[in-house]
Design a binder for this molecule. Structure first.
Ligand SMILES: Nc1ncnc2c1ncn2[C@@H]1O[C@H](COP(=O)(O)OP(=O)(O)OP(=O)(O)O)[C@@H](O)[C@H]1O
Length: 613
């Protein structure tokens, strides 16, 4: 029997496909969701699998790695005209479309969680890579603590230096996580943690080569910030030159680390492992399940993996919330066994048996902010939002600290504010100032919008600012003028430029022509002729999503006019924490309260895979 005959005889599947196609026609499902359903319909013994595959595929596009049948999220299949509802309990595997773990079927059911096989496999690989790195390393007792004394000043009596704890906890294991908000000294800690690794390696095996260390971040911008931070920190490390030389002076993007070529395919993978002994990934919250799977596949078994990030930030754009899942509830007390080991290393922490995940002991949370002074309103507001404490948010609205201003949604005032703050950067570009200076001025101010579309979305605000700049004589009528800021919306592997990279048009000193300047991850500036750019948009305002991994001195954070599914605590927290010195909050305060109370959880199974049994 041909597939077509099977399909035409399966009248129930026809009903399902008809409904799915109509939804796709209205843009409520992706063509891909329907295509997968069609593929399955040709083989499925009944229509249930057809519906399920479309739903799980749809949820994947919403960031969910799987469907938890015991708590299905809201989705288009909830509409009254849908003849089907997801089952409340797990359907029995049919061995053709729906399989148990280990089966070679397009859908896998594990307990109440239903996956596309590819996602199930990816989660399993990440969990296995983490699990295989949790044992204590073979380091003589007391050595890590003793050598940490060279790198960390002794804490005040009765104080715990969590930065030192994080460094020791990392070097004791081949897997570690350091999480904390902005300015909590994560990068500062990481460089000392790596220095501690080198001191230990040098003491234990002075004749062996030092460990090969690589540092990477998900975006070019984040990698450039990390490079800058590394260069600022390295000179202050009390290390002999031979050891200092083994510390990386620059970070690369994770794609570069994996040697992704023009087609995006990695050069390093399970068949050709990354030549590294220690790998550190910064801004790890931005890494999606797919990229994390590629990374762990390319990692040699003996290599250490350390993830650094802020667990309270938005999850990756693509499916999964790997970093938050791995952090779990960790970052509090350690198990009695680890606390005992840390005490042998000279640090005393409180012990508790409440670990929910086998990863909990590997997570160290930094809470003390080093960058801002204690009075920083931005840090306090970020913390209130992180905790979902609307009262504290309200108090900061009633009595605004010096670094926060609140404004009602007044469009003319916002555009005027933007023009004032962009003027110095545009003036520098017109004068032909060096690209470094123009790019530096460019990160002094940014409007961050919760949404892309709509009256208060980045698209419309960008268009209005461009018009206002022209009206004010700051921009010429030509499409390209010095100071025009753009955000790339597509990768261009041949240019080494990526979706989300922002650049500014400047006069190239070598040729005297207008080129767009980008800061590369290695800290160098790249000049690209405008005609060579992949697709882009204006970058006076950008969405909070796109701003991940970047920081600006002054941020104007713009809320939409009404609630939206994407408006959440994580989104607002991420937006606020992009601001270094000044924050202008624009929008309705009630909407802010709604957002702060809304936690967006993605359905994934990684935490369950790593749960303490
Ligand atoms: N223990 C410390 N003593 C002195 N200065 C510190 C200490 N820890 C961090 N700093 C300084 O505080 C600032 C912020 O630290 P760092 O950049 O490491 O934070 P971060 O958590 O990585 O921030 P972000 O996530 O925003 O990049 C830096 O200037 C750093 O040199």
């Amino acid at each position: 029997m041909s597939e077509n005959t099977a399909l035409s005889e399966n009248t129930v599947a026809r009903t399902a496909l008809g409904w799915l196609e109509s939804r796709a026609g209205r843009g409520l499902l992706r063509p891909l969701d329907v295509a997968l359903a069609q593929l399955v319909a040709a083989h499925a013994p009944d229509d249930e699998a057809v519906w399920l595959v479309a739903l799980v595929s749809y949820l994947g596009a919403q960031g969910h790695v799987c469907l938890d049948l015991s708590a299905p999220p809201a989705q288009p299949f909830d509409s009254t005209d849908c003849p089907w509802r997801p089952p409340a309990t797990a359907p029995a595997p049919d061995g053709v479309v729906l399989g148990a773990p280990g089966d070679n079927t397009p859908l896998i059911i594990d307990g109440t969680r239903l996956y596309l096989a590819r996602h199930y496999d990816a989660e399993g690989r990440v969990a296995a890579a983490v699990r295989s790195r949790l044992a204590l390393c073979d380091i003589p007792t007391g050595a890590a603590g003793r050598l940490a004394g060279i790198l960390f000043p002794p804490p005040a009596e009765g104080d715990i230096d969590w930065q030192c704890v994080a460094a020791i906890n990392c070097v004791l294991h081949r897997f570690g996580i350091i999480t904390g908000g902005p300015g909590t000294g994560k990068t500062w800690t990481v460089t000392r943690m790596l220095a501690l690794h080198l001191l230990l390696a040098n003491e234990q095996a002075p004749d062996e080569p030092l460990p090969r260390i690589r540092m990477a971040a998900p975006t070019g911008k984040a990698a450039a910030r990390l490079t800058e931070s590394l260069r600022a920190t390295l000179p202050s490390l009390p290390l002999p030159d031979a050891l200092s030389a083994a510390l990386p002076a620059e970070a690369v993007t994770v794609h570069r680390l994996l040697g992704a070529g023009r087609d995006g395919r990695p050069r390093y993978h399970a068949g050709r492992l990354l030549p590294a002994d220690i790998v550190v990934i910064d801004e790890a919250s931005m890494i999606d399940l797919g990229l994390m799977t590629q990374l762990v596949a390319a990692l040699p078994e003996h290599a250490c993996l350390y993830l650094i990030g802020d667990r309270d930030q938005l999850a990756s754009v693509e499916a999964g919330s790997v970093f938050a899942d791995l952090c779990g509830q960790g970052g509090g007390d350690f198990s009695p066994a680890l606390a005992a080991r840390l005490e042998q290393e000279g640090v005393r922490v409180t012990a508790n048996n409440g670990q929910q995940s086998i990863v909990d002991d590997h997570v160290t949370r930094l809470a003390r902010v080093h960058r801002f002074d204690d009075a920083s309103g931005i840090a306090r507001l970020a913390d209130a939002v992180r905790r979902g404490d609307t009262r504290a948010v309200h108090a900061l609205r009633e009595h605004p600290p010096v670094d926060i201003r609140w404004a009602a949604p007044d469009r003319a005032a916002l555009i005027q504010h933007a023009v004032e703050h962009l003027t110095p950067m545009l003036a520098l570009a017109v004068e032909g100032a060096p690209a470094e200076e123009v790019l530096e001025a460019f990160v002094r101010f940014r409007i961050l919008c919760a949404l892309r579309r709509g009256p208060w979305g980045a698209e419309q605000i960008n268009a209005q600012i461009s018009r206002a700049l022209r009206r004010n004589g700051l921009a010429s009528a030509a499409s390209w003028y010095p100071g025009r800021a753009v955000l790339l919306t597509r990768n261009d592997w041949s240019l080494g430029l990526f979706n989300g990279d922002a650049g500014v048009a400047v006069i190239d000193p070598a040729e005297g022509q207008l080129k767009v300047a980008f800061l590369a991850p290695d800290g160098q500036i790249r000049f690209v002729p405008p005609v060579r750019l992949p697709t882009f948009e204006d970058c006076w305002a950008m969405t909070i999503h796109k701003s991940q991994g970047s920081e600006f001195d002054h941020v104007a954070l713009v809320l939409p006019e009404s609630d939206s599914p994407v408006l959440s605590r994580e989104l607002v927290y991420t937006g606020i924490t992009r601001a270094r010195k000044q924050l202008l909050m624009v929008g309705d305060t009630r909407l802010l309260s709604t957002a702060v109370q809304k936690n967006i959880a993605r359905t994934t199974g990684l935490a369950q895979q790593l749960a303490v049994k």
